[in-house]
Design a protein around this ligand. Structure first.
Ligand code: NZQ
Ligand code: ZN
Length: 388
């Protein structure tokens, strides 16, 4: 097992009707900015619950954070916080609102050009540099509610860039599975596939000695396979909703990544497809992931076979056969979860995508990715072309 440090200070408050606890979690003298997205919180009961819980607080609201949150929008919230001396942010939404809030939190006290946080991928480690924030999660998918990373899109340059740091864990996150009831099918499908791929990026590497991390990863994958199709059809079923929510958090709260090699190339390529075509994050992963495993087959086949045996119960076949079948089972599962797995099913404008992605990676100096640093730019080209 590789050496590791585990630091996760987020107070995760999980369960029915927990939004009422907000007043126990935020100091009464705090001046709060509530951040939210396009208005889903007004259609379900989430906004009402938040406002009721915070009736004795000084509140300002900032709405309109887009899916794939935009730098330009977030900077407007930064101005409001500076002008009104706000000292706490409450993000109420999915991954985009929470990620956007992480950026706002880091940008308020940043003395240079806030775009540098993204372009230079600065690590935000000092608590004095951020405005503290908590979250009320409304969409299980990203685990942004319990990690310190964020992904922000810059309109001006059409770039989707990630950043983070240990000062950017939420102080608390309220995760009430009842929010799943109002989610459109498409978003639940996205959540399941995003979480599934998060496990893949930390699990489908090469055989190693971290036995428990593998078993936890396989447990999350098995749970997502078991509940995924059902929760899409029955989002009010609390058993399904709560297991969906917790699986998504566990997939990327840092735990399964400790002591193991990781990949993340599927995400890196996927972000470019969102930046170019505005394809939902999870759907880009369903396009790229299986082809990355096909192209990188030789270096990942042992782990693919372990996944095939333990998660899909493929027995009595060679490593190669089991690994190949495991990829096909994954594609079938993605289809069952409503994913299309080819770029041409989303856009007709795809013919120069591979070249575009490779050029961008080259400019950023990303020339060797994956757990063995063997996903070269040639491999990236092959993966993207195979995905047309
Ligand atoms: O904006 P509103 O009106 O709230 O509607 C949202 C949005 O349109 C809607 N929604 C959310 N909760 C709802 C709801 N509709 C009805 N009922 C509810 N309870 O869902 C739509 C999508 O929301 P969004 O937050 O964009 O989705 P998601 O949570 O999948 O987040 C995706 C973003 O997170 C980033 C992605 O790149 C993408 O930008 N990621 C963040 C990560 C992290 N911080 O660790 C890791 C991930 O790999 C990912 O990259
Ligand atoms: Zn993801």
């Amino acid at each position: 097992m590789l050496n590791f440090e585990l630091y996760n200070p987020t107070n995760l408050v999980f369960g029915k009707n927990q939004i009422a606890k907000l007043s126990e979690l935020i100091p009464l003298n705090a001046k709060i900015l509530i951040t939210y997205g396009g208005g889903s919180i007004f259609k379900n009961d989430v906004y009402n619950q938040v406002i009721t819980a915070l009736k004795d607080y000084n509140l300002t609201e900032f709405g309109g954070i887009e899916p794939n949150p935009r730098y330009e929008t977030l900077m407007k919230a930064v101005e409001i916080i500076r002008e009104q001396n706000i000292d706490f942010i409450l993000a109420v939404g999915g991954g985009s609102v929470i990620d956007g809030t992480k950026f706002i939190s880091a940008a308020v006290k940043f003395s240079g050009n806030p775009m540098d946080i993204l372009h230079k991928r600065l690590l935000i480690k000092n608590m004095d540099e951020v405005v503290p924030f908590g979250t009320v999660l409304t969409l299980p998918a990203t685990a942004s509610e319990m990690n310190s990373g964020a992904v922000i899109t810059i309109n001006e340059t059409q770039e989707k860039l990630s950043f983070g740091g240990s000062a950017l864990f939420p102080k608390f996150s309220i995760c009430d599975p009842k929010v799943v009831a109002s989610l459109p099918k498409r978003q639940i499908q996205n959540g399941i596939v995003d979480a599934f791929t998060h496990v893949f990026e930390q699990y489908l590497t090469y055989p190693h000695d971290a036995m428990l991390q593998d078993r936890i990863s396989e447990g999350i994958l098995q749970t997502l396979i078991e509940i995924g199709p059902d929760v899409v059809e029955n989002p009010t079923d609390y058993k399904l909703a709560s297991n969906y929510m917790w699986s998504c958090t566990m997939a990327l709260n840092g735990l399964i990544q400790k002591g193991v090699p990781t990949d993340w190339a599927t995400h890196m390529i996927g972000h470019e497809l969102t930046a170019l075509f505005e394809i939902d994050h999870a759907r880009t992963l369903a396009i790229i992931g299986p082809n990355l495993y096909r192209v990188m087959f030789e270096s990942k086949k042992e782990k693919l076979a372990q996944y095939g045996e333990r998660v899909w119960n493929i027995q009595n076949k060679t490593i190669e056969e089991t690994a190949k079948e495991a990829i096909e089972k994954t594609v079938t599962f993605f289809h069952k979860m409503g994913m299309q797995t080819r770029l041409s099913e989303y856009t007709q404008n795809y013919s120069s995508t591979a070249e575009f992605v490779v050029n961008r990676f080259e400019k950023r100096g990303w020339k060797a990715m994956g757990e063995r640093q063997n996903i070269t730019l040639e491999k990236v080209k092959e993966i993207v072309e195979m995905s047309y």
